[in-house]
Write a protein that binds this ligand. Structure first.
Ligand code: VAH
Length: 314
């Protein structure tokens, strides 16, 4: 069976739904602190991922063979709660890797992030192998996690696979505490109020991706033959890059009266430390990755889905 840890989160909810489509709902167990916003259609277990004993007994009881570990405190929140952020991101990863070392779990997916790159990293088409000096607690924990995954692979043959997600845009679950969350909030505000106050400056270009591409990449990587995986820290992954101003312009094509204002806050410094675009040639070469959603396709899908979602709630 497959366990999705953090199944109620921004990536977790879409991943759970896709895994059920592929393997059937009897093969997938969703676990998180709180129930998901949308019905996922498989067994849900309320779990604090930092509770080692509960996690271990769940894995044994349900005969879990694969774990998708999506639990994390994201960049903006972790800057405010560094110790909790480190513990949540690292201790849970250690536990899952240890269960694999002991032969309980056969395969692990764990996402890293373009947040591992810092101000000294080349900002355009950031290569797979380059200067990695993260400037945030979240980035530090993600890079340490990548090196931990590589250590368990080299020393204990643990089959753990990882991609460095860019900012992800989705609608099924509200993201929490990310610096790229502006690119999700803007759609809710555009549909509800016709205006948005951006916490990032208009020209802040960041690597981004629509959720369907992120899920496709995750499944493709997990289904690739082990011998094709040449990166056991984490693969660069990329789709599109855009600025808040470019995103606002794309939204205005659908909602001409939409207006945006800019009031950068502490998250501007985080965004300024990250690359503008990513070179993901290794992922495309090793396991055939390619993205489907460009900016316009993402914007029309998000506006359609959120308009439908908000109509249901009125
Ligand atoms: C964040 N959404 O903003 C995450 C992601 C690259 C950004 O890691 O923290």
């Amino acid at each position: 069976k497959i366990l999705v840890l953090g199944a109620s989160g921004q990536v977790g909810i879409d991943l759970t739904i896709r895994l059920i489509e592929i393997f059937g709902n009897h093969r997938v167990i969703a676990a998180d602190l709180k129930e998901p916003e949308e019905e996922v259609g498989c067994k849900f277990v309320q779990l604090d991922a930092t509770d080692k004993d509960s996690l271990l007994s769940l894995v044994k009881r349900e005969k879990i063979s694969e774990v998708y570990h999506l639990v994390a405190m994201l960049s903006a929140t972790a800057e405010k709660f560094p110790i909790k952020g480190w513990q949540l991101n690292m201790d849970t990863l250690f536990q899952v890797l240890e269960m694999a070392r002991q032969g309980l779990v056969k395969k692990i997916f764990w996402p890293s992030s373009i947040a591992v790159f810092g101000p000294t990293t080349p900002k355009e088409h950031t290569p797979q192998h380059t200067i990695v000096e993260p400037a945030t607690i979240y980035g530090i924990s993600k890079y340490a996690g990548e090196l931990l995954c590589q250590w368990y692979y080299i020393n204990h043959k643990v089959d753990v696979r990882s991609v460095r997600y860019p900012g992800i845009v989705s609608w099924k679950a509200e993201p929490g505490g990310g610096t790229t969350d502006y690119a999700v909030e803007i759609f809710y505000q555009a549909v509800k109020d016709g205006k948005y106050e951006s916490f990032l400056n208009p020209d802040t270009e960041l690597p981004m991706m629509y959720i369907d591409d992120a899920i496709n990449a995750t499944i493709t990587l997990m289904q690739a033959p082990a011998h094709s995986i040449n990166i056991r820290t984490s693969y660069n992954l990329s789709a599109i890059s855009f600025t808040p101003a470019q995103l606002a312009r794309a939204i205005k094509k659908h909602l001409p009266s939409f207006t945006i204002e800019y009031k950068p806050d502490y998250r501007q410094q985080i965004a300024d430390s990250w690359p503008k675009s990513i070179d993901d040639a290794e992922a495309r070469k090793d396991w055939g990755w390619s993205h489907q959603f460009d900016l316009d396709k993402m914007v029309s899908e998000m506006l359609f889905q959120i308009t439908k979602k908000l109509k249901k709630t009125v």
